[in-house]
Design a protein around this ligand. Structure first.
Ligand code: NIG
Ligand code: FE
Length: 417
């Protein structure tokens, strides 16, 4: 018999599936009860429906009238890295741009240097503490990219850390190989050799680990060209990895068109996507992952035209892009608030962006992202009067409890168990 657990006294159950008998665009059920069996959702409904079918369930978790939503899903992060780039924030405050700093040897290469010289044990400890920060805000599934190694040994060290996190941390992790983040300094004059190193040396080793479902390329001036991305995508397909791409972040490089041509699962950033690019994404069904926190933190003036993309029928997910350079924040709710105020999303669309659409971008929509029977019971309880309040009070962490792997816990007790 599977262990069962009743989540009771739910003020508002935000199913993310609007239906008859539920409220609004997020399909809310008021005064609800939810039954978990094993690790999955077995039943949910109103308290009065529950009273009629009530049976003996040993474990009950009373959420005191809180708002229950699907666990938040952050589908684009650079969670594993050593060091800090606070000094660059200071420089930017004096007028230097992200790209000027990168050209002068800072930026991604600075984090690469720090990550290379950090031991596996230290990198694991730092990353695990950072993973806790995500978890304590209700983020229960996180995509993590490599890309701060850029040599075989350090890329594998990062993947080792991700594997150990996967085995030991309550968050569900999805690894993406980003050997093509930038051309590392030692290959600056022989970039072809670096692309060859990625394809011939890194990818076979990465594939043997059976850890990465995805492969990413940063396509931008100063990073990789579309043709280089095509060559890497071809190799990725051979190894069974789907593409997710960093595109059109600082300028329009026809990146959305490229993502669509390569049948990428997602095209990420898109601050400078054109109407043609939007149309290409719609045609290929590629999810647009917008990262408003990165635009905000680098002082960019162009936010991705998410409103337009949604209106044109593109699926839009919202993610933190947590990384030490362009967005050193794990706060997905605040990121969603920026998507609302700067990109014109409705609050309902922002909720979809950090749950169901983020799940779609990771190919896991059939098993999480909404509250429906049979899906994983990965849930967050917000101590809030309704589901819009956390984005309204952005910056304040209102995640009070989570349900994960058939267990419920108050987050203020997280470090005591
Ligand atoms: O998503 N655009 C490229 N990569 C990251 C930045 C990484 C960094 O600056 O360390 C991004 O913004
Ligand atoms: Fe990124």
């Amino acid at each position: 018999m599977k262990k069962s657990l009743v989540i009771s006294n739910v003020g508002r159950l935000v199913t993310m599936e609007p239906k008859k008998g539920r409220q609004g665009r997020l399909g809310v059920i008021e005064d609800a009860v939810l039954l978990v069996e094993g690790e999955h959702i077995a039943w949910f409904g109103t308290r009065s429906q529950w009273m009629k079918r009530r049976r003996n369930v040993a474990d009950e978790f009373d959420v005191a009238g809180g708002v229950v939503t699907p666990g938040l899903i952050d589908c684009h992060t650079h969670l594993v890295h050593a060091g800090s780039r606070q000094n660059e924030f200071l420089l930017r405050s004096y007028g230097k741009t992200y790209q000027e700093i990168a050209k002068a040897g800072g930026g991604i290469m600075s984090t690469v240097r720090d990550t290379r010289k950090t031991s596996y044990d230290d990198l694991y400890r730092i990353s695990s503490e950072r993973a806790d920060e995500f978890f304590l805000r209700g983020t229960l599934a996180v995509e993590v990219k490599t890309g701060y190694g850029l040599d075989v040994a350090t890329e594998l060290k990062m993947l080792d850390v991700i594997r150990t996190l996967k085995d030991n941390h309550p968050i569900r992790f999805f690894a993406t190989f980003l050997g093509a983040h930038v051309v590392p300094a030692e290959y600056k004059k022989k970039r072809k050799d670096y692309v060859r190193l990625i394809i011939e040396k890194m990818m076979p080793r990465v594939a043997r680990l059976e850890l990465c479902k995805f492969c990413d390329v940063f396509v931008e001036d100063g990073a990789f060209t579309s043709d280089e991305a095509r060559a890497i995508a071809k190799a990725a397909a051979k190894f069974g990895m789907r593409m997710r791409l960093h595109v059109d972040q600082f300028g329009n490089g026809k990146g959305a068109e490229l993502a669509s041509e390569l049948k990428a699962v997602s095209a990420d950033h898109l601050d400078h996507v054109s109407d043609k690019g939007i149309e290409a994404l719609r045609r290929s069904g590629t999810v647009a992952v917008v990262l408003p926190g990165a635009t905000f933190f680098t002082g960019g003036k162009h936010y991705a035209p998410a409103r337009k993309m949604i209106d044109k029928g593109v699926k839009v997910a919202v993610s933190t892009d947590y990384n030490p350079g362009t967005h050193p924040s794990v706060d997905l709710i605040t990121t969603a608030t920026i998507a609302v105020t700067q990109m014109g999303l409705t609050l309902d669309e922002a909720w979809a962006g950090i749950t169901v659409n983020a799940a779609a971008s990771l190919g896991i929509a059939s098993d999480c992202g909404t509250i429906s029977q049979g899906k994983r019971a990965d849930l967050v309880v917000f101590d809030a009067p309704d589901e819009y309040y956390p984005m309204y009070r952005y910056g304040r962490n209102l995640a009070a409890a989570v349900v994960k792997k058939g267990r419920a816990q108050w987050l203020d007790e997280y470090y005591n168990v």
